[in-house]
Design a protein around this ligand. Structure first.
Ligand code: PA5
Length: 462
């Protein structure tokens, strides 16, 4: 993987860019953040995932081999960090129309469905699409208490038990959760469900390389050992103290400088359909980790940067106008590949029409790469901060590298901002309000607070 940050620099894009001297001024913060990453590594349990899961991987592969012949569909019930990672890896490494393929073309693997939201139409339509008695439902919840996931679980458990009886239903549910705390582990033990664990010290959005992501990937035939191998390779690349040799730290430092200068938005724009959901996964990681009210000293800082997931060339026809000519508040990170896994050539059909003739004989591979280069040129000419991440090809190893790269970059950005990148207190308020509105025991004070909130005025509703 390569990170090219030429076009972040004032030397290339002019006054909106980062002067090289800025990297020098920031040396004390950078040194502090680098030291903090080393000191806190023992608490960042996600950093050891590439190395300490041999037994877990074996268990996952054996379980997948045993269950695959018994099912046609593998259904993930999870949300946030428990859904975005499985989706990203599946899209990156499997056929784009995987579920539509006949089973033999899927490597004899089941179809994959990820049901994250609690939109009733989604679940009802799923039941119209799959035979639940030929499906394995993977309930993924680190906390074991997320209402969305647990409510889906309760619906599916009841449905399976009605159709199959309690004993046979048990085989159709597998849980992935914290080994010690939460409702899900209690239920899993009570019911005797097969269970995989998310280490207690690994938070939801940093959990893709635990069984949260590895189990669905293994059921879909993805080389999970390759993913972990790639993550280990990236860990080695991120071990350098010198940020000019450390892509993840450099990515974070450049974004940090951007934030200090009003770049409140970062756009991750892969030029490969297969990486679009990696951009979605990154968006959650960056937003939930860095958007914080308080710093580590308890001071109100209200920091963060809004991540946007885009797709080249699609969003050239949707968003790019804004990126090139709108406010100077964005960093655009393009993500490209040296080699696509397939090649397709445009026929030389209309040689006599100059506006189409130039396409004849060109591959889509070349066309998309050229569009990426042209977008980079246009953004640079317009004085817009942009950088490029390039991987040689989308493989389990490079996807593992990307995931680990973004995780380290996020943690490092958290250190530069002096915030806790691993909690999400801002999400709790909404969760608590939901509990209170449903009259959950223990939430009476919150209910009273909600009841006392000013009533909306009709005159402002049209
Ligand atoms: O990163 C996080 O912690 C969150 O986005 C969680 O992944 C999300 O809220 C789902 O939580 P859980 O896995 O506990 O159900």
């Amino acid at each position: 993987m390569k990170l090219d940050y030429n076009n972040m620099l004032a030397e290339r894009i002019g006054k909106e860019g980062i002067p090289l001297t800025a990297l020098g001024y920031l040396a004390p913060q950078v040194e502090r953040a680098t030291q903090a990453m080393k000191d806190k590594r023992p608490q960042m349990a996600w950093r050891e995932l590439p190395y300490n899961q041999a037994v877990i991987v074996k268990d996952i592969l054996e379980y997948a081999a045993e269950m695959k012949p018994q099912i046609d569909a593998f259904v993930v019930l999870g949300i946030g960090g428990s859904a975005l990672g499985p989706l990203a890896v599946q899209q990156a490494l499997n056929h784009p129309f995987y579920n539509e393929l006949p089973r033999e073309k899927r490597g004899d693997n089941p179809k994959l469905y990820v049901v994250d939201n609690v939109d009733p139409e989604r679940l009802v339509h799923l039941f119209e699409t799959i035979d639940p008695t030929r499906a394995l439902f993977n309930v993924i919840s680190k906390s074991g208490s997320t209402s969305e996931t647990m409510s889906q679980f309760m619906i599916i458990q009841a449905l399976l038990e009605e159709k199959l009886g309690k004993e046979r239903a048990r085989k159709h549910i597998v849980c992935t959760t914290d080994p010690e705390s939460g409702n899900l582990i209690t239920i899993a033990k009570q019911e005797g469900y097969k269970t995989f664990y998310v280490p207690s010290a690994v938070g939801g959005r940093f959990s893709e390389l635990t069984p949260v992501g590895l189990l669905p990937a293994a059921f879909c035939g993805i080389d999970i050992e390759g993913l972990l191998e790639g993550a280990a390779q990236m860990d080695a690349m991120c071990g350098e103290d010198d940020i000019t040799q450390n892509p993840a730290h450099m990515f974070a430092v450049l974004h940090y400088i951007g934030m200090l200068h009003g770049k409140n938005i970062t756009v991750l724009m892969p030029y490969a359909d297969s990486l679009k959901l990696v951009a979605d996964w990154f968006a959650q990681l960056w937003a939930e980790s860095l958007g914080k009210k308080f710093d580590l000293d308890g001071k109100v800082v209200n920091v963060g940067q809004t991540p946007i997931s885009a797709l080249g060339a699609t969003d050239q026809h949707s968003q790019l106008q804004l990126y090139a000519e709108g406010p100077y508040d964005k960093i655009v990170v393009m993500m490209g590949v040296d080699e696509y896994r397939k090649t397709i050539t445009i026929p030389k059909s209309y040689g006599d029409m100059p506006s189409l003739g130039f396409l004849g004989g060109v591959t889509h591979n070349k066309l998309l790469q050229t569009m990426q280069a042209a977008t980079e040129y246009a953004l640079t000419k317009a004085g817009r901060m942009n950088m490029t991440i390039t991987i040689p090809k989308v493989t389990p190893q490079t996807v593992g590298q990307l995931l680990y790269f973004f995780e380290v970059a996020t943690a490092y950005a958290g250190e530069l901002l002096n915030i806790n990148a691993f909690d999400q207190p801002g999400v709790e308020e909404g969760k608590n309000a939901t509990y209170a509105l449903f009259g959950r025991p223990g939430y009476d004070a919150k209910k009273a607070e909600l009841d006392a909130a000013p009533v909306k005025e009709e005159q402002y509703i049209i």
